[in-house]
Design a protein around this ligand. Sequence first.
Ligand SMILES: [Zn+2]
Length: 469
Amino acid sequence: MNMNDGDDANNLLITGATVLTGNDNREIIEGGAVAISGDRIVAVGTSDDLRRQFPDVETLDATGKAVMPGFMNSHTHAVLLVLRGTVEDMSGDAIFGYMTPISFAMTDDERRALARLGCLEAIRSGTTTLVEPFRFITGYAQGMVETGMRLWLSENGADALTLKIRHGIYEYDRAFGQEFLDRITAMVEQFHNTEDGRVQCQMAAHAPDVCSPWMLGQLNELAQKYDLTRTVHLAQSPGEVKQVRAAYDRTPAEYLLDNDWLGPDVVAAHWTYCTDADIDLLAEHGVHMAHCPANSSRRGPHKVRVGRIQDAGVNIVLGTDNMTEDMFQALKIGSIIHRGGLGGQHEGGGVDPTPQMTFDAATRNGAKALGAEADLGSLEAGKKADLTILDLNQAHLRPIINLVSSIVHYANPSAVQSVMIDGRFVMRDGKVLTMDEDAVIAEAQEATVAAWHRLAETSGDIEIPPGLK
Ligand SMILES: [Zn+2]
């Protein structure tokens, strides 16, 4: 492949680095180099070879650094940073008790402020792709697009009156569902496959308990019409399992099967209360699992059976879900909390999941789940230039014996030096280039205060946290 020699082409040769390719052989190149032209990687190899191949290209010396594929956060709701420091420590139903009510109470500007804070945190923690299913997404997504993040956006369709669920009432309403369908169409028309492909849309059903068969059918029609991959929360709470049993006498996974919502184009989040039979059913249909170990374990160890799911051959991808966009947390907690008692026998022994398995779940597996493995997930010639540069000369990373293990167990956002998305630096040498960080932080704090006050006023029974009064 050749360098693009047009005047405006962005040609760069990163040299001297430890290159974690994440390719099929998980090759790590010491003294490695990555050649970039425009939005693509054109070559990966040793610095000596690539300097000879591209003698006239601008060079970035990355001695003492690691270059790795940018993290893919496969399931998050950046707007819910508005709850950071509250529901993590509460008992009871956080989803319908707080997350849903505040998502309706916020204004578009408030959602935008929190979503931009999420993008800032994501970039600072080495993430290049965010998969964001939420509500009212057309009202705030432009604020995310402008940060330079690679995005998969979706509007979480539902026709159960979600604000009533915290009062124990499941009531399905087509007019309410139609509002989501209208917003989904508007989102796809405005955002899908824009910014030279950097911004994509997905079809999202919020969860089996809040989508009637009619709603699931409507969402499927739109997914087919626009040729979109699909996503859904699955078996994430006892309340969901109970409602689907009461209404349809099915498990959530069986209910999705009945309504043609299982397939290799579906990423389902959580799987917490899946039975053995559910896991086999989901594996058989090629459904991907979005695992969000940090969030799921904040109120006690997450009971999902990751080992069983892994042994069934499911493609597991990592996400942060709520209250953080820091993928290092997902790596660390995901590698530790479900260790032991797993059935997998991998080459070389040791415990499952191995650091490499966890790292893959945060990179190449995410690309596969989105049907984007030809473009994303590893550093290889022909793929998109989405990469993160880590400064390895940090007390928390040295000594280095096994780099992947050190990253999974010990790295944190302070090691992230630079982040490139689509061939463009969004962060370079410690500075975020696409946002005014102070302004983003101040706006998010202000929006949080306003949103909580409105929630308290409109809900009647939700109180403002003492720290915000
Ligand atoms: Zn979620």
